[in-house]
Write a protein that binds this ligand. Sequence first.
Ligand code: KMH
Ligand code: ZN
Length: 282
Amino acid sequence: MRAAPPEALPEAILTAAIVGAEVTRAQTPYLPLTAGELADEAARCRDAGVSVVHLHVRTADGVPSQSSELFAEAIAAIRAKTDVIVQTSTGGAVGMSIDERAGPLACHPEMATLNCGTLNFGDDVFVNSRPQIRDLARRIRAAGSMPELECYEVGHIDEALALVGEGLLAAPLHFQFVLGVPGGIGAREEIIRFMASQIPEGSTWGVAAVGRHQKPMTEAALRLGGHARVGLEDNIYLTKGVLSEGSAPLVTRAAAFARSIGRAVANPERARTILKLATPRT
Ligand code: KMH
Ligand code: ZN
């Protein structure tokens, strides 16, 4: 009798964080800023293998903004070029108010981030008090968006689970483990294993690691069956001292790694199914 074929490894969902709020043009000339540049970069990343674009916007002079008008313009430009899932930030930049951070929810994005706790963020403090997290969770639900639960510490997972208990979040849940932020949890494979072990059955998870940790943690997440986020928001270098010419080269490398270990790369339609984007949350 022939042995049963090994179970196919799950498809990998790749996310590109193409601009963020902190990186500047002085650090890299490859940072997209205008709606047209963001759309071009989203399309390039889609061609390279992403199904989700994590989106921030900037004013014309590069200042981070959560303006619903700027988000509407960027989302329309992206929609005209590609079919990626647009995930808007509700984190914005350090120091913004919750009303400001909620700006993009007026666009009813398919996905939106929900930051699940306060942490030291480099030399700043990224404040997400418990009432603020609950306020944003309600606003994300009212917008009809699927939250991606940004966890920079193990305790942030517990906070997300508390929100489930309070009826503010509902399964299926999608977690992003953000590793290596100075002041947050470290970027190590055993941390990914532990965080993944703490989330409810049926949840999906990915890893976003910053700086030099991006490549090894992307690879670890993909080996461990998770999904991964790359892009200039988190890391501007392709290799030590060599700037990545946009986020697409980082996506190309992550997609090649996924395929090399037997994981197909999900297109947006498959990602919607895997994330159960159209499923009513119970
Ligand atoms: N810019 C960081 C302070 C998110 O997009 O939800 C927060 C951030 C998280 O980028
Ligand atoms: Zn972000």
